[in-house]
Write a protein that binds this ligand. Structure first.
Ligand SMILES: Nc1ncnc2c1ncn2[C@@H]1O[C@H](COP(=O)(O)OP(=O)(O)O)[C@@H](O)[C@H]1O
Ligand SMILES: [Mg+2]
Length: 342
């Protein structure tokens, strides 16, 4: 019957309209005494999305993560996870979540396998099912070989993967990760994220915080957070496109004079600590001209596609990768930390 197709299409539309977002945050404020760690956060994370919260130390990432994970309560505003309120429907929210903290949550003296078994039993699985689940995840994350050893004897990268494994025992719809790879070397970080990518490919929502630019690049969308505010929220590509061109970075023997000269010729320059940065629609074309005419000695010149670092610098006036921590007025305890364990 020809009428059947439109009917099912309509059903799909209705479905889409009623399916709650993975995360919905409105006007969220968090104060710790004098410190305003979150100053009115609004964001929506779609189901199945990989969403990164990227910002320097002290920006408010762990605070937002902890509120979404129901471990802290907001001062004002609201947050919902899969349509449920993190304050009034806390237990329901918790059942949907897998959480990886910045600090270890696994029991270091137990083996990886026993850690997962324990988690499964705590979650209420029968022993045989908990064993099956543990083995399934260990294999999936490439930990089957090492899972018999006490966790404390594993490498840093393996231990972090075990944290991820622990979060997966309950087969959560959403994974929350707070600086999950802090302190790992680049290879171990890549290994970790390749697994997270695989998990997202199965339709899980992944919400993660990081202060590593290159980690945020794996996200579908990124919220840049600085001093308790979202300063930009978009796809990595769109964020970089906001700069409106490519980037030239220069190091000269007199950057102050170079800046004055450039500004006088209509170039917008941004300075981070060590060098001059300018954005131009066609940097490769303009660079030879600059090198010929600049009244200072150029020690180094570099042209590159815009990075998230450039975007952050442009938006906040501060470099990112370096130790330019942003502390809200009132000071506080900067630095990455794992206050957020239950
Ligand atoms: N329990 C707390 N008591 C007081 N200040 C806090 C507490 N937790 C975080 N802060 C402050 O709130 C701000 C945001 O911290 P946090 O959310 O940990 O940032 P991030 O995770 O981005 O490094 C910082 O200024 C920090 O010092
Ligand atoms: Mg943190």
């Amino acid at each position: 019957m020809p009428a059947a197709a439109p009917t099912s299409d309509l059903a799909n539309v209705a479905d889409a309209a009623t399916t709650p977002s993975a995360v919905e945050v409105r006007g969220l404020v968090k104060r710790y005494g004098e410190v305003e760690a979150l100053r009115g956060i609004d964001l929506t994370v779609n189901t199945g999305e990989r969403f990164a919260l990227l910002g320097p130390n002290g920006a408010g990432k762990t605070t937002l993560f902890s509120i979404l994970a129901t471990l802290r309560t907001p001062t004002a505003g609201s947050a919902r996870v899969l349509g449920r309120d993190v304050v009034t429907e806390r237990d329901a929210v918790r059942r949907e979540l897998g959480i990886v903290f910045q600090e270890p949550a696994i029991e270091q003296r137990l083996s990886g396998r026993d850690n997962l078994l324990l988690m499964g039993l705590l979650y209420g699985l029968p022993t045989a099912a908990a064993r099956r689940r543990a083995d399934e995840i260990l294999t999936q994350l490439g930990l089957a070989e090492s899972a018999g050893r006490p966790a404390k004897n594993l490498s840093g990268g393996q231990r972090r993967k075990l944290e991820l494994a622990r979060a997966l025992v309950t087969d959560p719809k959403i994974l929350f990760l707070d600086e999950a790879t802090l302190g790992l070397d680049v290879d171990a970080r890549r290994g970790f994220w390749s697994h997270v990518r695989g998990l997202a490919a199965t339709g899980r929502t992944v919400f993660f915080t990081t202060h590593y630019m290159e980690e945020a690049e794996v996200a579908d969308r990124i919220a840049l957070i600085d001093a308790g505010r979202i300063v930009a929220l978009d796809t990595p590509r769109a964020l970089k496109a906001r700069l409106g061109g490519g980037v030239i970075r220069l190091k000269t023997d007199d950057d102050a004079q170079a800046r004055t000269w450039l500004t006088g010729r209509g170039f917008a320059t941004d300075a981070d600590a060590a060098e001059l940065m300018l954005v131009h629609a066609d940097p490769a074309a303009v660079l030879p001209e600059l090198l010929r005419h600049l009244p200072v000695k150029v020690l180094r010149a570099e042209v590159h596609e815009p990075s998230l670092d450039d975007v952050f610098l442009k938006l906040t006036g501060r470099g990112f990768g370096s130790e330019h921590a942003s502390a809200p007025p009132g000071g506080g305890r900067g630095g990455p930390n794992g206050r957020g364990r239950p």
